[in-house]
Design a protein around this ligand. Structure first.
Ligand SMILES: Nc1nc2c(ncn2[C@@H]2O[C@H](COP(=O)(O)OP(=O)(O)OP(=O)(O)O)[C@@H](O)[C@H]2O)c(=O)[nH]1
Ligand SMILES: [Mg+2]
Length: 352
């Protein structure tokens, strides 16, 4: 009996305990095919050529082994200005995705779909967009490598042979599966069929074991506004030399300190921040207070569409290390999506 027909334990569901899984990756790598593999039947449309066909996100609700899942198929992003879709439209689609995910109670797992034969520079931009900018690195992430039906070794061996490619780009994964997402019903060779079935057996437990217990991403977290600012920054064209705006620094410092570690203050009320002179070059500095650390709200209102170019976190050698670490992590997550450089300054260190 075929793989698709045997999958009788998979049914459509609507449940509040549903785990939200977002599948993302470059166009045409097999995201929709992966969803069909998980479902055990064809529910997501796939393309017939090398290029894919999902232009907007789509949610598929199903139940696997008694666990309800909502699997979100997203539009593939390509090289250049994110592929064939203009940047503004891609951004609008992502905005809609964030709002829909918020209404659906946030994200439990990111699945990064990668084609084995296509490890290239968009690897990092897709990862940064979904894991760093949208999920602020707070959601488990797994990689599913597709296109391995003819791999000369065992499919799972692909990872050990290629994981340095990911490590070099400092990409982290909580788990992985190396598979083929070809439809078992559409391949003739028994070996290929076997590999299709083995792929489903590899993917289902990976997903079941990697989902976060609690979802992440709600309006209260300031999630959508923070994520959108970073998504916009990723989509905007590179700056032209002639019109470079004043660089923005988000500064978290102990309350008793002024802006002296950065430079001399020229104007303390410039666009809600402080205009500071550093060796003749202006910087626009925003002081971040404890109450803004988690949400990033104040900062976003001030400079909604740009985000900071540099984050600066000051602490003291006398401060509690654990608390400082937590503050620094909250600061980095809320104001930089872990994507902007973070400079840590430790005050009061003994001299000599
Ligand atoms: N050889 C091979 N082809 C695959 C595999 N997975 C998917 N394909 C084929 O690749 C093409 C694209 O697959 P899709 O699942 O539509 O890709 P996608 O990532 O959803 O594409 P977008 O919707 O544009 O983002 C289709 O022709 C699939 O049959 C695989 O594991 N091996
Ligand atoms: Mg698709």
């Amino acid at each position: 009996m075929s793989q698709r027909k045997r999958a009788s334990r998979v049914q459509p569901v609507v449940a509040s305990t549903t785990k939200n899984i977002v599948v993302f990756g470059e166009s045409g790598v097999g995201k929709s095919s992966l969803i069909n593999l998980i479902a055990g039947r064809s529910i997501a449309a796939t393309s017939s050529g090398a290029k894919g066909c999902t232009f907007r996100h789509k949610k598929y609700e199903l139940q696997v082994d008694d666990t309800p899942y909502a699997i979100w198929d997203t539009a593939g992003l390509d090289e250049g200005a994110y592929g064939t879709v203009p940047a503004e439209i891609a951004e609008e689609h992502l905005k809609q995705l964030l709002h829909d995910l918020t209404r659906a109670n946030g994200i439990h797992l990111l699945v990064y779909c990668v084609r084995a034969s296509r490890l290239r520079k968009t690897l990092l931009s897709n990862y940064n967009l979904f894991y760093s900018a949208i999920c602020r690195k707070k959601v488990p992430i797994v990689a599913v490598v597709t296109g391995l039906e003819n791999y000369e070794e065992e499919m799972q061996d692909w990872w050990a042979a290629n994981e340095t490619e990911f490590a070099m780009l400092k990409m982290h994964f909580d788990g992985h599966a190396c598979v083929t997402t070809l439809d078992a019903d559409k391949v003739n060779s028994p070996i290929l069929k076997q590999r299709c079935h083995a792929s489903r057996r590899a993917v289902l437990p990976l997903i079941a074991s990697s989902c976060a217990r609690d979802r992440w991403g709600t309006e209260q977290d300031g999630w959508v506004s923070a994520a959108l600012a970073d998504v916009r920054a990723m989509f905007k064209p590179p700056r032209q030399n002639t019109t470079q705006p004043t660089p923005i620094v988000a500064l978290y410092d102990l309350p008793e300190h002024s802006l002296d570690p950065i430079g001399s203050v020229k104007d303390t009320s410039f666009e809600g921040g402080h205009l500071v002179d550093v060796g003749g070059s202006p910087l626009l500095v925003y002081r971040i207070r404890d109450q803004h650390l988690r949400s990033g709200v104040r900062f976003k209102k001030q400079i909604a569409s740009r985000g900071a170019d540099l984050l600066m976190f000051c602490t003291s050698i006398h401060s509690d290390t654990g608390a400082s670490r937590r503050r620094a992590a909250a600061f980095h997550g809320s104001y930089g999506g872990d994507m902007r450089p973070l400079l840590v300054v430790v005050r009061d260190a003994p001299v000599g």
